[in-house]
Design a protein around this ligand. Structure first.
Ligand code: FES
Length: 126
């Protein structure tokens, strides 16, 4: 049984923009608001090199990653061909203008995926 948790109002998400939802563990979830006021939730991590999808550009039912412009579909988290990869999706529903996410998924889904590490490799010497 899904345990829906109220997150925010649809209006709290910029139109054609996103809002990050922090979790106790794991990377944040990104909520996206489409032109038609639909809301979708993906892990805030591009399947390519871990770019922050929440900073991407929403168009149609997809978001373009801000780093190298891969297009990720909201429906299944998949990168548009010819790119290959998949970002975890999160169950999301809107009722009365309120956005809900599944508490179990927030607490336990995709905890193994880490943020990319920026800067010089820690193992590189000299
Ligand atoms: S990290 Fe998203 S396209 Fe490269």
């Amino acid at each position: 049984m899904t345990q829906w948790t109220a997150i925010c109002r649809v209006d709290d998400i910029p139109l054609l923009g996103s809002r990050r939802v922090a979790r106790g563990q794991g990377l944040p979830v990104a909520l996206f608001r489409t032109a038609g006021d639909r809301v979708h939730a993906l892990l805030d991590r591009c399947p390519h090199k871990g770019g922050p999808l929440s900073q991407g550009i929403v168009f149609g039912d997809s978001v373009a990653c801000p780093l190298h412009n891969w297009t990720i579909a909201f429906a299944d988290g998949r990168a548009r061909a010819p790119d290959e990869g998949c970002t975890p999706t999160f169950a999301c529903k809107v009722e009365g203008g309120q956005v809900f996410l599944d508490a179990d998924e927030l607490a336990g889904k995709a905890l193994d995926l880490k943020a990319p590490v920026a800067g010089p490799c820690a193992h590189a010497h000299g």
